[in-house]
Design a protein. Sequence first.
Length: 158
Amino acid sequence: MNDDEVILPNEELPEEDVLQEEQAAGEGMVVTPDDLPHARLVLVRDGAVTEETYEIRGRAVIGRFDETVGPVDVDLGPLPEGSYISRKHAEIRNEDGRWMLSDLGSSNGTFMMGDTDFEQIDSEIELSDGQTIAFGNVRFVFYVAPPAESESVGPEPV
């Protein structure tokens, strides 16, 4: 094992990631967080893409921390718009190479940009690279990247 490799305990990995780890272990491989599929949410504010990003590796629950519910993978509570986010608002996960988005029963809804306006999702949808989505009134652009290119996800710096 190299110094930069980390073996994560199974209880910390979502089921899909545990299966990937078990498959790799059977092949004598060590799975690191960098081996998981990568994506990134880039915050959009006042119609412009910001530099604020949230990385997703394999699977993430988006919401806001609450001591009665516990932590979430992507905590939007500190954002000014955070009050419109449910504790466990939505989930983004990679399933067989496809990125999927589902609402987890949020109060203010999860949306995807349609042809001309946002459309509320009521079932799981497949996400596309560069797609605009919203949790409540918090907008993001969703970017996909292979692990080796995870640092270059999102818009090019100006």
